[in-house]
Write a new protein. Sequence first.
Length: 589
Amino acid sequence: MDHRMAAPHTADAKASGKFDFRGFLQLIRQTKPRYWQLWVGLLLGMLATGAQLIVPKFAQTLINGFSHGINRSLLLGVIGLFVVSAVISAFSGTLLGIFGENVVANLRSTLWQKLVRLRVSYFDDVKTGEMTSRLVNDTTQIKDLLANAFPQMVTSLLQLFGALVIMSLMDWKMTAIMFVAVPLLLLIMMPIMNLSSRVGRQRQDALATFSGATDETLSEIRLVKSSNAEAYETKTGFAQIKDLYQIGLKEAIYDSVAGPVMTAGMMALFVGVLVYAAARVAAGTMTMGTLVSFLMYLFQIIGPAGTLAQFFNKLSKANGSTERVRDLLKEPEEALETGVAKSVTDRTLAMQHVDFSYDDDDQPVLRDVNFEAKPNTVVAFAGPSGGGKSTIFGLLERYYQPTAGQVMIGDENAADLNLSDWRSQIGYVSQDSAIMAGTIRHNLTYGFAREFTDDELWQALKLASADGFVHEMSAGLDTQVGERGVKVSGGQRQRLAIARAFLRDPKILMLDEATASLDSESEAMVQKALGELMKGRTTLVIAHRLSTIIDADQIYFIEQGHVSGHGTHQELMESLPLYRDYVKIQFKA
């Protein structure tokens, strides 16, 4: 199994810089959030914080009045403020939570819509697990910042500055100590916060890589077992788990150090203020009520200071996530609905001087390829493996665009036509026909906008010589085929793909060695079904069987990405030694 690391994204480099507020806000705007929930939640949070700021002043009055007895109304007022503050905080938290969940749901919907519309070339370079990590882990980081960390930061700032203002009005000398001590404490915390932020980004990247590797391995578990690769995969997985563990250790250490350092610093500050205040009370320059009130405000400062430290940590982590999500959303996607929708019936399909390479720096896979497929004819592509035959089919499906040259339908460039409509007129049966987890019915109707009756489905299965084995299955059309279709054989899978092609009723049929990996009995049944499917259509075949080549109206011999010659079987046998040798070797003819 290939566990190569994907090329690092530009986002990873960007993530090491300052937080990009403009980019973050642009990303959030794309989700069309319900801003009223954010503003009302913040307003309620600020009201709750305001109520908390009033409590110590009430407490000061209450304590200073002890010599005249307990003021019951004032005591009830203090208790009432606590209750009101708690209720308002609960409403605030609920609204902000709903706001965050709405944003992350919309963001995931936007990402999912983007992912299924990305060009095939993107999926050639990026592992599925990494994309899943963007969809799940990175969006969660963004939600935590927006719905939790940001509102807590706003209310913490209000509480911090509100408490400091009130404290300065109560006793400016003690407040001056706070103004010096708190920034000094934050300065001490900054190196730890920076290290924690860096490790947080490393953890997100390592999680994406681990997710990609495990997804690849588990999706090909039969290859793992048939190759006796359990030990190798165990070792590889353990290595990645160890990397995650090492990163997790660093994060745990930094986080565990940050907490005690902050607590120790605040406690030192608290003890210092308490000693100074006690001396002031003993000297008669401060009342006991003022001391208690001041200490209550001091406690109100401790929480927000810690929250602000955590906010900057989460901000840095979310910055990397934001950049990666934005980079994904910037990826070019297929323009499925642009262009004119036109029928390809009775029009000649052709390639004209087509060059193609998967990457700009790669060697060309195709060089100056020309072919022509007239309506209702069979065109076969033959040649050694790796010559570029399947790549030609990929270009015809418009998974990729030619580096040079063009695909023509009639006198029009296929690239100018509506992509969804173009693909709806093509039926593609490959050597390893893909099948989705779900029922046989789901696989037959997958991707169709219209509904099919059971009679229509059974007719398609009959034409594909597949009705027999489906009838024998426990639930018929509603039989589950399992993950990646493991509950059906290769021949059955091919016939289901052919039945789906019958339902699609394509104008152009492409067969990519559709019987190459089948046993003789399955091959005979599939070949019979393909014969029915090919009637009245323009058919392009990557040839495997000698009978397919002999019966083709035109054969193009592809070698090293170039058309070495074309003609009928007999013409090529007489004129192209390469073809003659290929036929003798491949088919023992």
